[in-house]
Design a protein around this ligand. Structure first.
Ligand SMILES: C[S@@+](CC[C@H](N)C(=O)[O-])C[C@H]1O[C@@H](n2cnc3c(N)ncnc32)[C@H](O)[C@@H]1O
Ligand SMILES: C[C@H](CCN)[C@@H](N)C(=O)O
Ligand code: SF4
Length: 367
């Protein structure tokens, strides 16, 4: 076995023994070629099994407003994209889609929006959304994630009190220069601070990065170690998918192998975290390879007839029902995987819940 493979084998043994991987170990793992990937993915699956057995969590995705005040260069829904036909679902549509997803058997409802000025710039905006969240919680008794972009401390406190479990707010990259080319005119520090504030309130945090968007191995290694240190309970990577009528429309992207490799490395570095296999990059046909890489959450499950969009694939596999449990579960079974029970997900959630730090000003609950 040549030196490169010897080094790789050593790192995988270290990961399987759950010894911390160094920055250099992660850089070496990022050099893994497709023909070497089998042993890396195998090690990742072994660690997933150690923490989650063969159980997979399933997340419903409800993108209820595609209006946004921001101009992220990678995003279809950026405010300057006047060619995209935006939508804003009303109370009834949001609640019925949430009910449909919950009835289909998902473990969590991920309520996502652009930074819609109607919500962000008017106090009644979030008050209305809070009532919707409270009704969904009452009706479905399903755990919830909120992906609203940057919201105030007051909004975070109110939604936590309403029973929202997660706050998702992806940094995309922890390289400040690259960040400023992606999330233009958005503060890097504010985005990081809002996540730690939410965590202090007792939210579970999801952190996410993009790959194939100008990131280097150094950038990815830095992000993985940052995600480990910030103790994000869920960590994701998505391949960048260029969008028409955006500044990065003509960006040259490669194969999505790098996403698979990063999923596996995240599992080796953070074996106990939730790691998504998003349907939103390669649709249903990309699910198996992401699960084979060590992911344990299927995300971006969207009901076919609710008129809801995806993010990086705004329409792929939605109307034909491919992003639904009846199509997902046979793939899991083929892989000797199975959906967790709702009780198993709830038990996992409760085992994570950190006590909220008293933030004064009527904090959520100070234990
Ligand atoms: C969840 S959605 C919208 C939520 C909220 N507006 C925000 O920006 O946090 C935003 C995320 O989707 C992902 N995303 C958006 N456009 C994408 C694209 N073209 N390719 C891959 N991922 C994309 C990015 O990681 C981004 O943080
Ligand atoms: C990026 C979205 C999630 C936002 N919290 C969704 N399309 C997904 O892939 O899970
Ligand atoms: S990623 Fe979010 S904040 Fe950025 S343009 Fe898209 S919807 Fe708006």
């Amino acid at each position: 076995m040549d030196m490169r493979n010897l080094r790789l084998a050593g790192i995988l043994e270290k990961a399987k023994a759950e010894s911390p991987l160094s920055h250099e170990d992660i850089l070496r793992l990022l050099e893994t070629t497709e023909d070497q990937f089998g042993c890396v993915a195998q090690a990742a699956r072994e660690l997933r099994e150690k923490y989650f057995q063969n159980k997979i969590f399933l997340y419903g995705f409800l993108y209820f407003s595609t209006f946004c005040r921001n101009d992220c260069t990678f995003c279809l829904y950026r405010k300057s994209n006047s060619s995209y036909q935006r939508y804003r679902k009303d109370r009834g549509e949001i609640i019925s889609a949430a009910r449909e997803l919950a009835d289909s058997g998902v473990h969590l409802l991920d309520l996502t929006m652009g930074e819609d000025p109607l919500y962000h710039n008017t106090p009644q905006g979030f008050a209305e959304l809070l009532q919707i969240v409270q009704e969904i919680k009452r009706e479905t008794q399903t755990p919830m994630m909120l992906s609203p972009g940057i919201v105030s401390q007051d909004v975070l406190l109110k939604f936590k009190a309403a029973g929202v479990d997660w706050y998702a707010c992806y940094q995309e990259t922890h390289n400040r220069a690259l960040y400023s080319r992606l999330r233009i005119r958005q503060s890097y520090d504010e985005r990081m601070e809002r996540k730690s504030l939410a965590k202090a309130m007792g939210y579970l945090i999801e952190e996410g990065i993009l790959t194939g968007v100008g990131d280097t191995h150094e950038d990815i290694a830095a992000s993985i170690l940052t995600m480990e240190n910030m103790e994000a309970a869920q960590v994701r990577v998505m391949s960048f998918v260029p969008q028409e009528n955006t500044p990065l429309a003509k960006w040259k992207t490669g194969s999505h192998f790098r996403e698979l490799l990063i999923i596996a490395i995240m599992r080796l570095v953070m074996p106990d975290r939730l790691i998504p296999a998003s349907l939103d990059v390669d649709g249903l046909r990309g699910l198996e390879q992401r699960l084979n890489s060590g992911a344990n959450v299927v995300t971006s499950i969207i009901p076919p007839t609710a008129g809801l969009a995806g993010v990086s694939q705004s329409s792929r596999d939605i109307a034909d029902g491919n992003r639904s449990l009846e199509k997902i579960i046979p793939i899991l079974s083929r892989m000797h995987l199975e959906p967790a029970t709702r009780r198993e997900y709830q038990t996992w959630l409760e085992a994570q819940a950190a006590p909220a730090v008293c933030l004064g000003k009527g904090a959520v609950q100070c234990r």
